[in-house]
Design a protein around this ligand. Structure first.
Ligand code: C2O
Ligand code: CU
Length: 705
């Protein structure tokens, strides 16, 4: 059974357990003797079943059961033991006594000695559920005590309400109160101490030796002075973990992130590609004529495509006309120098209306990428502040048809580029075609390509090795991720479909070079197909096509590190939901190790480190995990290493119950966001920083966009 299923099963058993104990207590209070006895038995069986479901779940990893094993089960079994000892004999005796056919007897089970322990066991079982939902991983002594106090308090109240006198009521009440106070103290006070400790840690991080061997990356050159539009605020006093440290410290250089900039001139042989993007609100007309109110770059959605040849210098001047909340440019998946990364409050201030910021970086990586604002990014990207970045390899002759297809959802309508209707193109049979799919939404999209065999040649900008021919395959693309598909135009039509509903792109055979056809002119899908090739026709229904497992696609190739490598740093991120302070406000947050931004400790690395990240999803949402400034190599998913092509990703979809191990070499010094690319989750706490020792920020640091 998958971990996801086991989590659901355990949840079901927990609910059943709590319900059985509580109803047994209620039945006893209602003098339903036989019912009480039956429910008592069900409760005992359900409690034992929980041991089994928790044990089964433990097989997926300690993270999935930690709070259940250390708190929920002990609490449940303590309460169940008391209930069995106190209520058991009485219930048995009453049930054996012959009574009226209805099973009701005048006395017997309706005594506090039966009702209270049964309800108490119900409260204890329910407390475990509450803990899983509100606290999650990791359970700590503070929340355990708090939970214990709540259960004890509820038992005392029930006992009093039952009319019986409670022996030692005062002592019990006092003990409960003490447990509650202690629990609250342990739960909430260390949080502030923890922040202070994190700040201290960062100070020492600033003080620490920055990097042994400085491997040369483009970001290591750079170094033209920070542009005037950096309004530099003082070092943080907010106790944030990457606060600005002072100048030089024993052991290593201290560099502000603002010094980690791209070069002013391209490497030999490279050209300079200049762009100016102006962010402004606009009403955008989609291909169907439908108008949407959007936040745009240059009045269009998506923003102007940025293209370059590998080795060029890309220079983008960002201006903000009227986006009141401010705007930045983040180069998603592109390993730019940290000072060019566009994270407001960390690498720059957001550009206010009337302001500007110039980004410069060498287009070192070929492939399909995208850019987007990182200021109030959930809203900003949703409203349209994004565009594409495509870098072609040096010396590659441009042949065939190359379409860059950012997919986005505006108010419930999925658009491809600016098309809310199929994009129709005529392509001469035999022409090489490349489709670059980019998911700019918060949730995954599923793509199918019908009418032609094809290959998935690149993921997140990196070429796969030995990608085989695909036919009837569903391609699930993570939020923020990219897939490049390549094929030769067949004699019949080829259709790209999004989420098995709408045709996104229809390529029809015909003389190449003719522009886009009028949208909606070709026949609707759904009829009997007339396409050819690939074992599928262009109009075939695609909903039942099996999902391609990327970890088994392509052929293996050597990688610079593997599961057996020795890692200099090991970080584990357990993703869940729970009560936490998100941005200082109490929220039902999306949490990492039980905390929300900015309270999640910064991951500190040293230049040259080999770093392993283990990302565990114990929640019920999918989390597309995204680290800035580095691509990561997938080591394993659910304990299994990829058997196909090596997978270098910048955004990997961690589904409920999954455990991913990924690794990267820390060769791009700076301060980086590490976050969920469901940007609404990031907004609700699911982000943190990864900081290189010795790199500081002059900005407040407590914001990540
Ligand atoms: Cu595409 Cu931090 O994001
Ligand atoms: Cu998420």
């Amino acid at each position: 059974m998958t971990t996801d299923r086991l989590m659901a099963l355990d949840l079901l058993v927990s609910v059943l357990t709590a319900a059985a104990w509580v109803s047994a207590g209620v039945a006893a209070a209602a003098r339903r003797t036989r019912t009480t006895a039956a429910l008592f038995a069900v409760a005992l069986v359900a409690s034992l079943a929980r041991v089994w479901s928790v044990l089964a779940l433990a097989g997926a990893g300690w993270w999935f059961v930690q709070e259940k094993v250390t708190v929920a089960l002990p609490l449940l079994f303590a309460a169940a033991a008391v209930a069995t000892a106190l209520a058991g004999p009485r219930v048995l005796r009453a049930a054996r006594r012959p009574g009226p056919p209805s099973g009701a007897v005048p006395h017997g089970v309706r005594t506090p000695a039966v009702v209270v322990p049964l309800l108490g066991a119900g409260y204890a079982a329910a407390a475990g559920l509450v803990q899983t939902f509100l606290v999650g991983y990791p359970a700590d002594p503070g929340t355990a005590l708090l939970l214990l106090a709540v259960v004890a308090g509820a038992v005392l109240v029930t006992w009093r309400a039952s009319g019986a006198s409670v022996p030692g009521l005062r002592t019990a009440t006092a003990a409960t109160a003490v447990a509650a106070v202690l629990g609250v103290t342990l739960t909430f006070v260390p949080a502030t101490e923890g922040t202070a400790a994190a700040a201290e840690g960062a100070a020492s991080a600033g003080a620490g030796a920055a990097g042994a061997a400085g491997s040369e990356t483009p970001s290591a050159h750079g170094g033209h002075p920070a542009s005037a539009d950096h309004s530099v605020s003082g070092p943080s006093s907010e106790g944030h973990s990457v606060s600005g440290a002072s100048a030089s410290v024993a052991g290593g250089p201290v560099r502000p992130v603002t010094a980690l900039r791209g070069p002013a001139v391209p490497p030999p042989g490279g050209a300079v590609r200049r762009f100016t993007l102006t962010a402004r609100t606009a009403t955008v007309t989609l291909s169907s004529g439908r108008k949407v109110a959007a936040w745009t770059f240059d009045g269009r959605v998506p923003g102007p495509p940025i293209t370059a040849v590998q080795g060029d210098l890309v220079e983008v001047r960002l201006r903000n006309a009227d986006i009141a909340s401010g705007v930045t440019l983040h180069w998603h998946g592109y390993d730019v120098p940290s000072g060019e990364d566009g994270v407001p409050g960390l690498t720059q201030e957001a550009v206010p209306p009337g302001g500007e910021f110039v980004y410069r970086f060498v287009a070192a990586q070929a492939g399909t990428y995208w850019y987007h604002t990182h200021e109030v990014s959930d809203l900003g990207v949703r409203m349209g502040l994004y565009g594409t970045l495509v870098v072609t390899p040096k010396g590659a002759a441009a042949t065939g048809v190359d379409l860059t297809l950012p997919v986005h959802t505006f108010a419930g309508t999925t658009v491809t580029g600016d098309h809310d209707q199929p994009l129709v193109r005529q392509v001469a049979p035999g022409t090489p075609v490349r489709l670059r799919l980019i998911n700019t939404d918060n949730t995954p999209h599923r793509f199918t390509l019908a009418g032609t065999p094809y290959r998935l040649v690149a993921v997140d900008g990196t070429d796969l090795t030995g990608p085989g021919t695909l036919g009837r395959a569903g391609l699930r693309l993570a939020a923020g991720g990219r897939y490049d598909l390549a094929f030769t135009m067949p004699a019949g039509p080829a259709v790209l479909r999004t989420d098995d509903r709408s045709d996104a792109v229809r390529l029809t055979p015909g003389p190449s070079g003719t522009g886009e056809g009028a949208a909606g002119t070709s026949t609707d899908s759904g009829g009997t197909g007339d396409g050819t090739g690939g074992g599928s026709t262009a109009t075939a229904p695609t909903g039942d096509w099996p999902e391609l497992d990327l970890t088994r696609y392509g052929t293996p190739a050597p990688t610079p590190y593997t599961l057996r490598s020795r890692f200099d740093r090991d970080f584990t991120l357990v993703l869940d939901r729970g009560l936490a302070l998100a941005g200082g406000k109490p929220a039902y947050a999306h949490t990492v190790n039980g905390l929300a931004f900015p309270d999640i400790p910064t991951e500190v690395v040293r230049e040259g480190d080999l770093v392993r990240l283990t990302v565990v999803n114990r929640g019920r949402d999918t989390h597309p995990w995204h680290l800035h400034g580095h691509r990561v190599l997938v080591l394993s998913r659910d304990g299994r290493s990829p058997t196909g092509s090596p997978l270098w990703l910048d955004t990997f979809d961690v589904r409920p119950g999954e455990v991913w191990e990924v690794a990267f070499r820390a060769t791009n010094p700076g301060l980086w966001m590490n976050h969920c690319h469901n940007l609404s989750h990031a907004d609700l706490g699911m982000m943190l920083h990864l900081a290189y020792e010795g790199v500081t920020t002059p900005f407040h640091g407590a914001h990540g966009g």
